[in-house]
Ligand binder design. Structure first.
Ligand code: FAD
Length: 323
């Protein structure tokens, strides 16, 4: 196996997104004895070159311009075109994130590449990668092979291991300048919604509230539990529709898809549209006062009871254990 693989990475503020390192790790496997190139963007990207090298990048295309600090479809599209023309890759990997969902189809269409989105697993049949992705809201999986020469794949966060291969690495850095772009839209302002410090899509632990939390204040015990165990707070659409929280927290078919190690569902009935967003969670704990709630059919552990009694007890126990 000898492929040239380009991984398009993403930043979140000063941090490199975890899914980008996951992309580099699976990209290295696909490259075999070939070359793994990572492209990084923004004024805070350069400190991450070493980590990319440790995870397997042989070369790093560094676009250090502050233009990339906020996502703009036209600017990123132009830079990706540049990165692809510069490297002529056999495989392109990006995270299945909001920004990449926006730009990946444009890139695939521009170059005539096949595109497999939301890949959760890669199997190898000999040298040939077979891409596995969920369909029918996570109820089934399909396997895809490419017929195009270049494969473009977006990977679901938290489904691939980010594995450092070596302790220190200094990949070759290729500085790149942002080309001139005719902007069709201009970003005047970015309004950040407060959805918690930990990115929901990449969180290892998620504590979620549903309509059963009954008010905005009902999220308080969930936030306390999440803070103690290092989790992010999510919600069902029921909770969002009631105005208990922002839609940025919604998990499910029309919200975010999460793949945490631990998902704690509090006062959530377990409608199929919600379950579509958590079907790959490794362990699910459900707290619901209705023993017939459908969430118990998919939960690994269930607690029948009032969340306002159980969640504070859990928080207290974790606090003692983790002290
Ligand atoms: P409910 O179904 O009202 O459940 C509340 C639960 O809380 C009940 O099971 C109740 O027993 C329990 N409860 C109440 N009080 C307590 C207490 N004190 N302690 C413990 N338990 C308690 N939904 C999503 O979540 N995400 C999506 O992305 C999504 N997309 C959708 C897309 C479409 C096209 C459609 C039609 C629907 C979508 N929905 C989505 C909505 C979905 O069908 C459900 O309506 C929604 O998930 C219900 O939210 P819920 O479980 O919080 O509320």
């Amino acid at each position: 196996m000898n492929r040239k693989v380009l991984v398009i990475t993403e930043m979140k503020g000063a941090a490199l997104r975890q899914v980008s390192l996951e992309g580099v790790s699976i990209g290295k496997k696909m490259a075999g004895s070939g070359t793994l190139i990572a492209a990084v963007f923004g004024s805070q990207a350069s400190p991450h070159v070493e980590a990319l090298g440790e995870h397997g990048a042989d070369q790093v295309l560094l676009f250090p311009d502050a233009l990339f600090d906020a996502y703009h479809s036209d600017i990123y599209y132009q830079a990706f075109v540049q990165a692809i023309q510069e490297t002529n890759p056999d495989v392109i990997i990006a995270g299945h994130t909001a920004n990449m969902k926006d730009v990946a189809p444009r890139i695939a269409s521009r170059f005539g590449y096949g595109l497999v989105t939301d890949c959760t697993h890669v199997e190898f049949e000999g040298d040939e990668p077979v891409y596995v992705r969920p369909i029918y809201a996570g109820k089934a999986f399909e396997k895809k092979r490419f017929t195009s020469d270049t494969m473009f794949v977006t990977i679901r966060p938290n489904n691939f291991k980010a594995e450092p291969l070596r302790e220190r690495a200094t990949p070759e850095v290729i500085p790149c300048e942002a080309g001139s772009v005719d902007l069709r839209t201009v970003i005047r302002d970015i309004v950040l919604k407060s959805t918690g410090a930990i990115d929901l899509a990449e969180a290892k632990i998620v504590v979620s509230g549903g309509r059963g939390i009954k008010s905005k204040d009902g999220f308080q015990p969930l936030q306390e539990l999440a803070a103690v165990i290092g989790g992010a707070v999510g919600a069902s659409r029921g909770a969002c529709d009631e105005g208990y929280c922002d839609y940025g927290l919604q998990i499910g078919q029309t919200g975010k898809v999460v793949t945490p190690d631990l998902y704690i569902a509090c006062g959530i009935s377990g409608a199929i549209q919600h379950v579509a967003g958590i079907s790959n969670a490794k362990t699910i704990i459900a707290i619901n006062k209705d023993p017939e709630a459908p969430i118990f059919q998919i939960a690994d552990y269930g607690v029948v009871g009032d969340l306002f009694e159980i969640v504070p007890l859990l928080t207290e126990e974790f606090r003692k254990k983790l002290a």
